[in-house]
Ligand binder design. Sequence first.
Ligand SMILES: *[C@@H]1O[C@H](CO)[C@@H](O)[C@H](O)[C@H]1NC(C)=O
Length: 235
Amino acid sequence: GQIIGGREAAPHSRPYMAYLRVRRDEKWIRCSGFLVKPTVVLTAAHCQGEIITVVLGAHNVSQWEPSQQVIPVQRQIPHPQYNDTPKNNDIMILQLQGEAHHNKYVDFIKLPPAKQRVRPYTKCSVAGWGRTGPEKKQMSDTLWEADMAVMEDADCPRNQDGPYPYYDSTTMMCVGDPDEGSSSFKGDSGGPLVCGKKAQGIVSWGPEDGTPPAVYTRVTAFIPWIQETMKDLQP
Ligand SMILES: *[C@@H]1O[C@H](CO)[C@@H](O)[C@H](O)[C@H]1NC(C)=O
């Protein structure tokens, strides 16, 4: 994921944001996530790796900041029905090795109730440490954010020859107005779509060229699974 057409976020204005360093196939990749409990971060299942380290309270991830809390992940719990293709059920619970210390730089975000479906044209926002434009190869050091409108399901048509061949409106959301130009892409994977004060979506996949709309995991479809799984987490 990448934030295109967005802006640098005010430092620490989104204290639930988690920066993930993911070790996979001898490389480090980056993902985002969001803190929902002192020991639980949610992200996308496609951010799985051999090792994941979570950085909370960060703004510029290329430097050490006194507000940062670096916590290794003890257990990765991708959704049991996650498939790489199609990227369905793209959600993962990360159990942290230690508790996040709650302060003004590190805080939780609320999940929506299971039945609360976001209406099309709702204005939401997304944030991440991904690329900030299609031409810029550089990933962003600092947190970027962009406003993002929820679209109709019909704006991500499930057409085998189109860019959304696997769109499933029960578990996915179609997000990003093509007329506004902002989208989200690779480095932002796993970051939350925030509507009101709740995490309604998770950056998942989209057209290769980054043009909106993109596809987000529909968090409300997974509330029962999240609650059941969190209940069973052993410290
Ligand atoms: C982030 O930190 C690095 C390392 O200190 C610095 O070179 C870079 O300019 C910083 N980025 C921003 C946008 O402040």
